[in-house]
Design a protein around this ligand. Structure first.
Ligand code: HEM
Length: 149
C-alpha cells in the first residue's frame, strides 16, 4: 500500500533515503521558524549577535537545502520519491539562495530587506507543503465527494 499520498512517496516501507528526505523537510520548517525568531530579535531589538547567528544559520541552511535536493534526487532515481517533492526541494534551494542574497544585501538596500520577509514566508509555506507531499506528515489526499469512485 502506498504511503505519503499520490504525489509523494510510492513505496510502503520508506527507505533510509526517503526518511532522510522527510527529516530534511521537517528540519527546514523548524530552521525557518528559528530564523524568523533570530531575525526579528536581531533587527527590532538591535541585537547584532542575534543577526550574526541568523546569518550563519542562513549559510548552513543553504548547505541543508543542497543536501536535501541531492538526497531527493537519489530517492527519485530509485523510484522512491515522486517528482513533486523533489521539484519543491529544488525550488526551495533556489529560494534559500535568493533569501541569503537578500539578507546580505539588506545592509545596503532597503528594498532587499523588504523582499527578505515575504520570501521567508514563502519558503516556510513551501517547506510545509513539502513535508506533507513527501510523507513526513501523515496525510491522505482528498477523495471524490461522498466517497464515490
Ligand atoms: C532561509 C531563511 C533565511 C535566510 C537564509 C536568511 C538570511 C539572512 C542573512 C544572511 C541576513 C544578513 C545577516 C547579517 O547582516 O549578518 C539576514 C538578515 C535579516 N533577516 Fe533573514 N534569513 C532567513 C529568514 C528570515 C526570516 C523568516 C525572517 C523574518 C520573518 C528574517 C528576517 C531578517 C531580518 C529582519 C534581517 C535584518 C535585515 C537588516 O539588517 O536590514 N530572515 N537574513
Amino acid at each position: 500500500m502506498a504511503t505519503g499520498g499520490r504525489l509523494g512517496v510510492e513505496s510502503a516501507a520508506p527507505s533510509t533515503t526517503v526518511r532522510i528526505f522527510r527529516w530534511g523537510a521537517l528540519a527546514l520548517i523548524a530552521a525557518v521558524l528559528v530564523q524568523a525568531f533570530l531575525g526579528g530579535r536581531g533587527f527590532f531589538l538591535a541585537d547584532d549577535d542575534m543577526l550574526t547567528v541568523h546569518g550563519r544559520v542562513g549559510d548552513a541552511l543553504l548547505l541543508v537545502a543542497i543536501a536535501h535536493v541531492v538526497v531527493g534526487a537519489v530517492a527519485f532515481r530509485r523510484r522512491q520519491l515522486s517528482r513533486v517533492p523533489l521539484g519543491l526541494s529544488v525550488v526551495l534551494l533556489v529560494l534559500v539562495f535568493v533569501q541569503l542574497s537578500l539578507g546580505y544585501g539588506s545592509e545596503d538596500s532597503r528594498s532587499a530587506a523588504a523582499w527578505h520577509l515575504p520570501t521567508g514566508v514563502l519558503i516556510f509555506g513551501l517547506a510545509v507543503a513539502n513535508a506533507f507531499l513527501s510523507g513526513a506528515v501523515a496525510w491522505a489526499p482528498p477523495g471524490p465527494p461522498g466517497g464515490a469512485r
